[in-house]
Design a protein around this ligand. Sequence first.
Ligand code: ZN
Length: 510
Amino acid sequence: MLNVTFCGAARTVTGSQYFLEYQAPDGSLFNFCLDSGLFQTGQKLNLYKINSHLLFDPRKLDAIVLTHAHLDHCGRIPYLVKHGFGGKIYSTTATMKIAEVVMMDAARLNGESKSKQTPLKGIKNRNNESVVSDSERFSYQEIISTIGDTAANLELEMESLGLYGQDDVLETMRRFKTFEYHQKFRIHPNLEVEFWDAGHILGSACAVFTEISSGKKIVFSGDLGNKNKPIIQDPEIPASFPELTHIFTETTYGNRLHGKLDPKERLRKIIFETVKSGGLVLLPAFSIERAQEVIYYIVELMQENKIPRVPIFLDSPMASKMLKICLEHPELYDPEMQDKISQKANPLISKNIQILETPAQSKSLNQFDKPCIIIAGSGMLNGGRILKHLYYHLENPNNTLLMVGYQAVGTLGRQILDGSKEIVVEGKRLEVKTRIENINEFSAHADQAILKDWVVDLTDKKNNSSKVKLFLMHGEKDASLTFGKEIETMLPNKIESYWPRFGEKVELWG
Ligand SMILES: [Zn+2]
């Protein structure tokens, strides 16, 4: 018997967490989680409430299988450890290393907010509105909009605003046990797991679960990658199994095709023009994956003599750690990157790249006025070292502020993109005089076509006697439902799709 409870990424794209309860043929019970990520979108204060609310008892959890190291997939693991989870965490080696960087950073952020924010009393549900002040009610609505109205009946509790500390992360790291792609392992004597390359970020995996005694299989996509990304492999073409019973697939772009993306050409044009006018490029980038991709393209453009060889300052301790991990795992590179390495032209290693470790080194750029590229976090300008650079360089019209990803509502990045002529950074009003650019062509997620091929390949050998149940996860309403409808039309005898609610429990194997 196997049941799943959807504790996140249900009707939303954040907070991935599935709680699975397995009863072996001998009657023994085994509980495990697939991923345990943080809810990331929404107002910070509210996120602490929703993230601290668990739908199961972590003391009764026996194992966690982790697909990849993005915060919305691994960020709640230390919280589970802090509250009594004592089992093993299974992932690839690269995922374990990146997860440590990501969770440590989250622990630091949690600590910061603890000192800044005042704890709120418990908020009940909508029927209890009388006990909730106006400001708290607004907060509650924020949570609802964060995870969808299906959470309206939840009791949200908040014991403290810091979810966990760095000690909890260190304790978490002791629980990891790593396995590489296609190295089969057992999390229970009767449950085997195999990781496939998901092509999403370094070390990312899809997970295939097999019940040894019956041969039944379930596949979790994790986050599935886009094709033709630099550095890492494309998502692996999955094997197909007649015994497949369920697929859990992400549907972030289930209703969308990426079209022809060429971020490198846009980078070339913007950097070339800025350097030509004597300016510097401020490039806020997400530390995990995006910063490495950007470096890859910029160095490649320099190697091809398409842009001048100006200094590239990497001013993000987290991105620097990520770069180091990336360099430690050449076995995970795609053929193009392997080729470059054999020609001694690895774009992640260049004498133009200068890694700024300390705040003092970062500060040395304040008066720097020669053409250069400064890559710093955070990607949406809602914190990090990039703010200091804005402070010193935003008012120079020769410079360019180049954003390379989605800017969420409420962030400084969004405010600038929406055309604000004046912003406040560290208490000082600044006029936005730089050129503002945004490259949206980077995408770490598969589009509808890639997702469809993936499901078709998975179900190729499935006979028509019973349909595979396809859970539409990690997507907004239209993305998930459009994908479900289209894949059912393509595979009418093989697939039956389902769009689970947050908190819903479903029986997988009877
Ligand atoms: Zn991800």
